[in-house]
Design a binder for this molecule. Sequence first.
Ligand code: NAD
Ligand code: DAU
Length: 355
Amino acid sequence: MMFNQLRNNVILITGGAGFIGSHVVRRFVNQYPNKHIYNLDSLTYAGNLENLKDIETAPNYTFVKGDITDVAFIEDLFKSYRFTGVVHLAAESHVDRSITDPVSFVMTNVVGTVNLLNAFKSIWKDDFKGKRFYHVSTDEVYGSLGESGLFTETTSYDPNSPYSASKASSDHFVRAYGETYGMPYVISNCSNNYGPNHFPEKLIPLFINNIINEKPLPVYGDGNYTRDWLYVIDHAVAIDLAFHTGKNGETYNIGGFNEWKNIDLVQLLCSLMDKKLNRPTGKSAHLITYVKDRPGHDLRYAIDASKINQELGWKPSVTFEEGLEKTIDWYLGNQEWLDQVTSGDYQEYYIKQYT
Ligand code: NAD
Ligand code: DAU
């Protein structure tokens, strides 16, 4: 029997006001009118309810403002709503911020995850049947690849940044709750996402915003670092599929089959933006500025997504060129969103990080 057919009709999505979370919430709310979707988010700098304007009045959707590190609040919430499924995305997600403030990553990503696991265990300990805890993780837990090879589900964990160490730790806790308490779980480890609503501290949206404003494009080191890019809506579809049809206790790697060296990606972005903004060819590329490297910078990430492809039938639906064009169009059409998230604290962060 598929998990979808079991009693999983009260679903908690954490971090649903963030980049990936908002696409997952929208997908679940629209796809499953008979399930109630609770979105728990503390609305940090990265959380934004504007991301969910189109579904905020849906009858099967409720937003709850709260912090996953607040034990008493989380226990009460789980007792009140008795969630049958949890899709956990809430996290501190930016590697550069983890380098300057590792403790907040331990608190949210490790302690916050354990709080959710405990609360889920405490309501279902006698009957986990038909329940599921789905943990959204990252390919960064596997560390760095050399020039060749791919991360598979059995690649050893080897995290290099405080961010990836905190995500690796949370993955281990999820697995340990499965082994020790019989909690049904699924973990997915995904490569770099891009798309609408991405906070402009990450490479693609930061550079789109800087190109619009004709500001320097700060490429770390020599720019020869490689990432595997996936359109965010394809990630949301994969999470939906693995949450509903994945096997308990399994990990699924999710990736775009789409490796790019940073500098090649930035060149492509510059030329697409020149066209969209009717600027002379090569104008945006002049903004490229090589800056000090990120400490502990992982050379290359690349995912082997054949397990989720073969077992669950998932594959990306858009090419990188299509996805990037949709993304650029979204940012150019949502200048107000961009202006709102880049005012205030963002300016302070930017100066600290880049000057
Ligand atoms: P994001 O930073 O855009 O969003 C994180 C969300 O979590 C925000 O809405 C924030 O308000 C919320 N949050 C943070 N701390 C919280 C707390 N203590 N309590 C409640 N809510 C809190 O992140 P994202 O890029 O959307 O990533 C979502 C998840 O996916 C993370 O777990 C991340 O590790 C994972 N992931 C991200 C990527 C990527 O490329 N962005 C790739 C693979 C995996
Ligand atoms: O691989 C999945 C991970 O992808 C997620 O788990 C993280 O949450 C997400 O932030 C992302 O991590 P990265 O560190 O790979 O993403 P970021 O956009 O920060 O950087 C992508 C690459 O671009 C990386 O090699 C660093 C480089 N870079 C980044 C920034 C912000 C620059 O050269 N200049 C920059 O200003």
